[in-house]
Design a protein around this ligand. Sequence first.
Ligand code: ADP
Length: 172
Amino acid sequence: MRVGVYPGTFDPITFGHMDIIHRAAGLVDKIIVAVAANAGKEPLFTLSEREKIVKQEIEAGLPVSEAKRVEVTAFHSLLTHFCHKVQAKIIIRGLRAISDFEYEFQMTGMNARLDPGIDTVFLMASEKYQFISSRFVKEISLLGGDVSSFVSHRVANLLQTQFKKKSLENKG
Ligand code: ADP
């Protein structure tokens, strides 16, 4: 069985991520969406919140036959160790424009050194989703803009709730 791991911060999951998962489902038998702790990025949502949101999006946004081949797991370890644990030899990443290239190129090189038995496969972002990034979605949502063409209405509502919660925490 061909197992692919799609790692990311998913803070929050966007239509761009969903498109990569959907397309990767055509290439591998099972996809493990690996939600990274990534504390260095100071995510807006906690790890367990992000994991839960990804699970909900997959259930609601993918055809049942695809969704049942997708697993969602949070992970804290080194990506290559995680791949080893779940017996995956393929890492899936999405590639937008040139800006992603250098970071992805370095990460792939490092991972290949750490475990030459694992290969990274890149899917070019679809034209429609090329410009979507979690970071900008958060900025737009924080400033009251419409994010409905970038994330589902569920995620858009969760963003608003999270910003309200954070602003109350800051006031308190
Ligand atoms: P990370 O912090 O690991 O970059 P992200 O959640 O930002 O995590 O992204 C996970 C993966 O999804 C990365 O390979 C990223 O390039 C890709 N990705 C993010 N947004 C898009 C998009 N709009 N289209 C295609 N790929 C994307």
